[in-house]
Ligand binder design. Structure first.
Ligand SMILES: Cc1cc2nc3c(=O)[nH]c(=O)nc-3n(C[C@H](O)[C@H](O)[C@H](O)COP(=O)(O)OP(=O)(O)OC[C@H]3O[C@@H](n4cnc5c(N)ncnc54)[C@H](O)[C@@H]3O)c2cc1C
Length: 392
C-alpha cells in the first residue's frame, strides 16, 4: 500500500520504519524532523520497566530494554561512518525513592519486578546517603535501585531513526498537513498526497487533524529544567543515576549530568492544560512551577538548590483520559489510523512501538490492542500511569 505517516515524532518514525519493513511505500510528513516543539525532541527521556502493578507496561518495558541494547549495539557499529550513529541509550540504572516507607508506585514496582526475576537493590536512608552523596540525608528514606534501565537521547534517536527510514526508502516530506481526506492528505499548500492509508502520529496536535478526538485527547504542558551545577562530578551516573524523587507524590524525576554539564529535572504531574495549537509563546514554565522546583532542590539536592537554570521548557503531553496510549483504526473511516496518546510515558517503548502500531494499523491481532483501542466513550479522567503524580 501507499501509506502516509502524518507526524515524525517517535510514534511516526518508528511506525514508518516498521511499515516500510513490511514492504509498503511510506511517505513520512513533518514540518521539521525532529520538530523543536515535538514531545520527542529533547536531550533525554527515561527508559524504565518500573510500572507499578501494571504487568502490560512492565512486559513491554522489558522488551523495549532489550531493543535499546540491540539498537546501541547496531549504532556502535556505525561509530565512525557517515551515518554518525553512536549509542544513544545510556544504561545507568534507575532509582525510585520515597520520603515515607515504600508504598504505592515504588512498592508495587519492587514487588512486580522481583516477582519477574529482576535483581533490585533495596535502599534505606543510610544506604541512600552512602550510595548517592548528592542527596540530603533523610530527605528520601526508602526505595530501590534497578540496574536495568536509564535514559535515551530522545532528539538524537528521532534524527537517527529518520536517517535510517530515508535509507530504507521512506519518502520524507518537510511539510505540514492541513487535512486528512478520503484518498490521502492535503498539505498546507493545497497539494493532495494520495494514499491508501493515513496513520496520524501528530502527538498533541492530533485533535487538529482528527477533531472527533478533541474530547478525549488533552494537550498538557509539563515543566522541564536544565541546570548547570558548579560541581558536575557529584551528579555523575555512577552515584546519581536516573531517579524518581517520590515521583508519584511529587512528580519530580531527573537525570545524571550529561556530557554538556547539564542536569535535567522535570515533573510528571498534573501539568498545565493547553489548546492543541498552543504557540511556542504559550508554552512557558510558570513562576509557581519554578518555585516548586527550587523547593524540591533545597529539600533533596542541596548542591543544586542555587544552580543556574540554563534552559526551561513547557513540553506538551498528549494525554488520554486513562493514561494509556491511543493506537487504533478509526471506527468509521477505513483509510485512517491514529497512534498517539503517549500521556508522558511512551518514548521509552520506541524499540517496540513501530511494530505495535504497524500490527494494529494493518488489522493484525495484538495483545495490547484492547488497552490502546478507540475509546471515545471515555470522556472523564479514569486514572493515570502509576508513576504519575496526579495531585488529586
Ligand atoms: C516533558 C516531557 C517529558 C517526558 N519524559 C518522558 C520520559 O522520561 N520517558 C518516556 O518514555 N516518555 C517521556 N515523555 C513522553 C514522550 O516524550 C512522548 O510520549 C512521545 O515522545 C510522544 O511522541 P509522538 O510521536 O506522539 O509526539 P511528538 O514527538 O510530539 O511528535 C508529533 C509530531 O507531529 C508533527 N505534526 C503535528 N501536526 C502535524 C501536521 N499537521 N502535519 C505534519 N506533522 C505534524 C509535529 O511536528 C511533531 O514532530 C515525556 C514527554 C514530555 C512532554
Amino acid at each position: 500500500m501507499n501509506i502516509i505517516v502524518a507526524g515524525g515524532g517517535i510514534f511516526g518514525v518508528t511506525a514508518a520504519l516498521a511499515l516500510r519493513g513490511r514492504g509498503h511505500a511510506i511517505t513520512l510528513v513533518d514540518p521539521g524532523l525532529p520538530h523543536p516543539l515535538a514531545e520527542s525532541t529533547d536531550i533525554s527521556k527515561v527508559v524504565r520497566m518500573d510500572y507499578g502493578a501494571d504487568a502490560d507496561y512492565t512486559a513491554l518495558g522489558e522488551e523495549a530494554l532489550a531493543g535499546w541494547r540491540q539498537w546501541n549495539a547496531r549504532w556502535s557499529l556505525f561509530r565512525d561512518s557517515a551515518a554518525s550513529a553512536r549509542p544513544l541509550f545510556h544504561e545507568t540504572g534507575a532509582t525510585f525513592l520515597s520520603r515515607v516507607p515504600m508504598s504505592g508506585f515504588e512498592l508495587d514496582s519492587y514487588a512486580m519486578l522481583t516477582s519477574r526475576g529482576h535483581q533490585l537493590e533495596r535502599l534505606d536512608a543510610d544506604a541512600i546517603a552512602a550510595r548517592f552523596p548528592a542527596y540530603r540525608r533523610g530527605a528520601l528514606v526508602d526505595g530501590y535501585f534497578n540496574p536495568e534501565g536509564g535514559w535515551a537521547e530522545s532528539g538524537g534517536v528521532v534524527a537517527q531513526l529518520g536517517r535510517e527510514a530515508e535509507g530504507l526508502g521512506v519518502t520524507i516530506r518537510a511539510a505540514h498537513i492541513s487535512q486528512i481526506v478520503d484518498d490521502g492528505a492535503l498539505l498546507d499548500d493545497g497539494e493532495l498526497v494520495r494514499a491508501d492509508l493515513v496513520v496520524v502520529t501528530a502527538g498533541s496536535w492530533v485533535p487538529l487533524l482528527v477533531p472527533e478526538l478533541a474530547p478525549v485527547l488533552r494537550a498538557v504542558g509539563q515543566p522541564v529544567f536544565h541546570l548547570r551545577p558548579d560541581d558536575p562530578s557529584l551528579f555523575e551516573a555512577h552515584h546519581f543515576p536516573v531517579f524518581g524523587a517520590d515521583i508519584s507524590r511529587t512528580g519530580f524525576y531527573g537525570f545524571p549530568v550529561n556530557r554538556d554539564g547539564i542536569v535535567k529535572i522535570a515533573n510528571h504531574g498534573t501539568g498545565t492544560l493547553l489548546p492543541p495549537d498552543a504557540p511556542a509563546s504559550a508554552r512557558v514554565v510558570t513562576e509557581a512551577q519554578e518555585n516548586a522546583l527550587r523547593e524540591m532542590l533545597r529539600a533533596t539536592f542541596p548542591a543544586l538548590a542555587a544552580a543556574p537554570i540554563v534552559y526551561r521548557r513547557l513540553c506538551v503531553y498528549c494525554d488520554t483520559v486513562d493514561g494509556h496510549f491511543w493506537i487504533a483504526r478509526h471506527p468509521t473511516r477505513e483509510n485512517l489510523v491514529v497512534a498517539t496518546g503517549g500521556s508522558g510515558h511512551a518514548f521509552k517503548f520506541a524499540p517496540v512501538l513501530g511494530e505495535l502500531i504497524a500490527a494494529i494499523a494493518l488489522g493484525e491481532p495484538h495483545p495490547l490492542a484492547h488497552k490502546f483501542r478507540w475509546r471515545a466513550e471515555l470522556t472523564e479522567p479514569q486514572g493515570v500511569e502509576a508513576a504519575r503524580h496526579h495531585g488529586r
